[in-house]
Structure formats: C-alpha cells, structure tokens
Design a protein around this ligand. Structure first.
Ligand code: PHE
Length: 478
C-alpha cells in the first residue's frame, strides 16, 4: 500500500514538524487578542477545557487515522469506510475533499501574509544595517506595502519558493530537517522578545488586558462584553485553527509515523506546546503593544503585526531594529512551518494517488504542481492588498476574508463535525482504539474518549460553525 512513501527520521522530528504546523499566525495575532477581548482569564479556562476535551480528542483521532491507513487524507478517509455502505462512502469522499479544499484555500492567503512578514523583515534588516531608519510609521508603511502590487506578488512568490524547497526535500529530508532547527530557534527568539516586552514601562497594563476578566472593557479596549456563547464559539474556532485540525495536516503527518510511536503522548505534547506558545506570544506582543503602540493601537489581526508592532520597534530607539528583525523572523518561521504542512497535505494526496494507480511520480514534480496551483490562486489575494486596490469584492468581502470564510469559516468546522459523526457513530471509535494500541501502548480513559467523540465534539463543532458564520456575516446572533 505504502511503497516508498518515506517516514519521519525520529519522533522528535515529527513533534517539531507537528508543533510547527500548529504554531502559526493564529498563535501570534489570533490567540492573544481573542483572549484579551473575550474575557481574559475566562477565555483561557474555556480554551483549555476545549483543547483537552475536543482538540485533544480530534488530534488523537486524526493522527491515528493517518497512521492506520498509511495514506494522505483522501486515502485515510476511504480506508475507514471500506466495509461500510454507500452513504458512509460518499461521506468519507466528501470529507477527503473538504480536507484538501481547506488547506488550498488557507494557503491562498497564508502565502500573502508570509510575504508581508518577509517585507517587514527586510524593512527591519535595512533599518538595522543602513544606519538610517525608514521614516514611515507602521501604518504608513503598511498602506504603502498593500498598494504596491509588484512587491506583494514578488514576495508571495519568494515565500512560496521557500516552502517549495522544503516540501520538495521530502518528509525527513525537507520538512523534518527544517523544523528541527527552526522550531527551537523560534522558541529562543520568542523568549528574548518576551523579556524585552515585559520589561517595558507600562507592560503590566498588557498583562491585565490578557488575564484580568473585565479589564479590556473597563480600560475601553473593547466596546462590549462578549456573551458566554460568543466566548465559547471564539475559543472553539481559535483552538481548532491553532491546532491545525480538520485541515488534513495531522492526518497527513500521522501517516508518516511508525507504529511504535505513542500517539496519545504525542498528541498531548502537541496540544500543550501549541497552547504554551500561544500564551508566550501573548506575553511577547500585548504588553509591548499596549506600552508603546500608542493610543487606539490595534491589538489583533494584521494591524497588530504590521502597524502596532512596527511602531513599537520604531519607538525603541537603536535597539528597535534588532527586536524587529528577531520578531518578524520568528513570525516568518511560524508561517513557513504551518504553510509547508498545508502544502504537504496536497502533495501527499497526489503522490499516494499515483502510487495507487501503480505509477511512480517524483515528489519534485508533484510539489511544483502544488506550488503553481496555490500561487496562481493567491495572486488575487496579493493584488487585492486587503481591499486597498479597488478589486471587486466577492460577497462584499476583501479577498483574504473571502478565502478565510470558505476554509476557516466553513470547511474546517463542517469537516470536524462530520468527521466526529462518521468516526463516532458510523465507523465506530474502535478503529482508533486498535490503532492507538497497535504498538503495545495503552489507551487510558477510552470510555471518556468515546463519550467525547460521540457527544461533545459534534455539539462544540456545530457551535463553532454557527459562531463562524455569525462572525463572518456579522449576524449578531449572540
Ligand atoms: N495552526 C496554524 C496557525 O495557528 C494554521 C494552520 C491551520 C496550519 C491548519 C496548518 C493547518 O496559524
């Protein structure tokens, strides 16, 4: 079945790659802001609960599904329903499709955001080495960058070429090799930036924003206290995106794991590491943004990264560009290690499909094809510049949000909901139990797992789906 697919060189390498996939822009600009704006400590508690009782359950299931079949997403879903009726087979086909559609759509904008990170890295490098600091403020630079379509396209190509070089190198020789160096480097840079951020005068305000319930409202940083349903939906959506679930990434990475590895333990490490890095990212960016970002500084989304934080670096004097370089480099690494996992979902799928047909294809050819397809679609996002350049707005959205709606908004929660129903009710969780215990490992609390998979995950995912639609279409349901 799995002829010459390759595999991870070590469990550590797998962990670095999987944590690399999980740790991305979602951790850096999503988590800290959402936590602060959605109830601080309350949000954190909800988030932790959801990570353990929903995220962990899906993580274990996805890794097990991938390893069980030794195939990418489509093959893994198909293998689940081999003995089942037509209905289940159609559902698994649809799930396989969703789990490839979502990464493709995410990559159309992730690549452009990665390009922006490179542009800011270059800006800070030139501030550092030229001796003259670019006089533009964060917002001026951001506006000029968004309207410069030539550079947006050029840097998107550059970001994608970097990803292509890594994916082309294969699981062990490309993705694992890069993650083994990049992830520890990211952690070190993050600690340095945290130390600087927390020692700025006024940093404690940032800590209060993040951790003290009600502070964001009191300090006028948000207009309205979120309802509990909203907190639940926001935390659920964030947790899912951040853990790279329902996107085929963990199924694909799991398919290259050896039967000896302990999936329960690996899943726990990935969930804990991703959550810790999200909290650390909060400590790195929020105190600095509140201390030095100026009044009305944006604390989330692209503006946090490209306006507020650039202003922070500009106001730090001579040391500013050094921290700017460190920071944008670490964000770039986070973006690359996530992007390569998304590219790998599609690359593995095509390679496995050719193998199944008895044809041998070269990884170089396949990954180049994936590269070209994503790049072509990402052009519209690059040219749009977050709506700055007068392109038509599909359904009233800027192109980045439009792509995000289909992936993070619909395909991801819908995929996770249907997956838990398929696994919990139709195929049955026993296949996961078998796979987890295959290497002689135990499956502690299996009854709890079954209960969560069948009853809790579907309800939470339905809520997340509704919450995403509520957010994207500003429906104000709750
Ligand atoms: N987890 C990544 C982030 O937090 C995004 C991502 C989602 C990457 C799905 C791969 C798969 O930004």
């Amino acid at each position: 079945m799995s002829q010459n697919r390759g595999s991870w060189g070590s469990n550590f390498g797998f962990l670095m790659a999987a944590i690399g996939s999980a740790v991305g822009l979602g951790n850096i600009w999503g988590f800290p802001y959402k936590m602060g704006a959605s109830g601080g400590f309350t949000f954190l508690v909800v988030y932790l609960f959801l990570s353990i009782f929903v995220g962990y359950v899906i993580m274990v299931s996805e890794l097990a599904m991938g390893r069980r079949a030794g195939l990418g997403v489509a093959g893994s879903y198909q293998a689940l329903t081999e003995q089942k009726g037509t209905g289940a087979k159609i559902l698994s086909k649809f799930l396989g499709f969703l789990a490839m559609f979502a990464p493709f759509m995410i990559m159309t904008f992730y690549s452009v955001l990665g390009a922006y990170c490179i542009e800011y890295l270059v800006l800070n490098l030139s501030n550092l080495f030229s001796g003259t600091v670019n006089p533009l403020s964060g917002s001026e630079y951001f506006a000029s960058m968004l309207t410069n379509q030539v550079s947006a396209v050029g840097f998107t190509v550059l970001f994608m070429v970097i990803c292509l070089i890594i994916v082309k190198g294969g699981i062990k020789g490309g993705i694992e090799k890069f993650s083994n160096i990049a992830m520890p480097a990211l952690a070190i840079m993050l600690v340095v930036v945290i130390v600087r951020s927390l020692t700025l005068p006024g940093a404690s305000e940032g800590l209060k924003f993040m951790f003290v319930p009600g502070y964001a409202l009191e300090a006028g940083l948000i207009d309205e206290a979120p309802s509990f349903m909203k907190i639940l939906a926001t935390a659920g959506g964030q947790m899912f995106f951040s853990l790279s679930l329902a996107m085929g990434a963990m199924i694909t990475y799991g398919s290259y794991l050896s039967k000896q590895e302990n999936l329960m333990k690996n899943s726990a490490i990935i969930v804990i590491a991703d959550t810790c890095i999200a909290l650390m990212a909060g400590l790195a960016v929020i105190p600095a943004a509140i201390a030095l970002g100026g009044e009305n500084a944006a604390l989330g989304g692209p503006s946090l990264l490209f306006v507020t934080l650039q202003n922070v670096f500009l106001s730090m004097g001579a040391a500013g560009p050094i921290f700017g370089v460190l920071f944008y480099l670490l964000v770039l690494i986070a973006a690359i290690t996530s992007a390569i996992s998304l590219m790998e979902v599609l690359t593995t799928y095509i390679i496995d499909r050719s193998h199944a047909k008895g044809k041998a294809v070269s990884r170089t050819k396949v990954s180049t094809f994936v590269f070209v397809a994503i790049l072509a679609a990402s052009m519209v996002v690059a040219l749009d510049g977050l709506g700055s350049n007068g392109l038509p707005k599909p359904m009233g959205f800027v192109w980045l949000d439009f792509m995000d709606l289909w992936s993070e908004g619909i395909a991801m929660p819908l995929g996770a909901l249907l997956m838990s129903l398929l696994l919990g009710w139709c195929v049955g969780p026993d296949v996961i139990h078998k796979e987890i215990t295959a290497g002689g490992h135990k499956f502690p609390m299996y009854t709890l797992y079954k209960f969560l998979l069948r009853f809790v995950v579907p309800v939470v995912m339905l809520l997340v789906l509704v919450g995403q639609l509520n957010d994207f279409f500003k429906l104000n349901w709750f």
